[in-house]
Design a protein around this ligand. Structure first.
Ligand SMILES: Cc1cc2nc3c(=O)[nH]c(=O)nc-3n(C[C@H](O)[C@H](O)[C@H](O)COP(=O)(O)OP(=O)(O)OC[C@H]3O[C@@H](n4cnc5c(N)ncnc54)[C@H](O)[C@@H]3O)c2cc1C
Length: 84
């Protein structure tokens, strides 16, 4: 049986969440996004907060595909790149 693949996505902004989503669709891939905060700010939606029509800040887990778990931390260094 082939080993599962573990993918770490550094940062949790819009681009990073999209990048994490694609490999996470595979059953044999585990994706772990790392972001300093558990809050996800919808940067295109601050008007919602101002207008009182909704929240621009949501729990980061809400924007991640099912099965992904956020690691709340800051990346300070990457020691080694391992090529598949
Ligand atoms: C107020 C505002 C309104 C905007 N409105 C629009 C709009 O209407 N339309 C539009 O197209 N664009 C808009 N933008 C731009 C859009 O938000 C950005 O283009 C987009 O967020 C870029 O996505 P990103 O994932 O590259 O970066 P970001 O969304 O900036 O995400 C970067 C992430 O990296 C994380 N990070 C940083 N350092 C580390 C570290 N050391 N370790 C781990 N994680 C780290 C941060 O916490 C953050 O979550 C707006 C931006 C702002 C600020």
């Amino acid at each position: 049986m082939a080993e599962d693949t573990e993918v770490v996505v550094v940062c949790g902004g819009y681009a990073d969440v999209m990048a994490a989503d694609r490999p996470a669709r595979h059953d044999d891939v585990t994706v772990t996004p790392i972001n300093p905060r558990r809050a996800f700010v919808h940067r295109v939606c601050p008007h919602r907060t101002v207008g009182g029509t909704g929240a621009a800040v949501v729990d980061h887990q809400e924007v991640l595909a099912r099965g992904m778990r956020l690691m709340a931390d800051s990346v300070t260094r990457i020691d080694e790149m391992i090529e598949a």
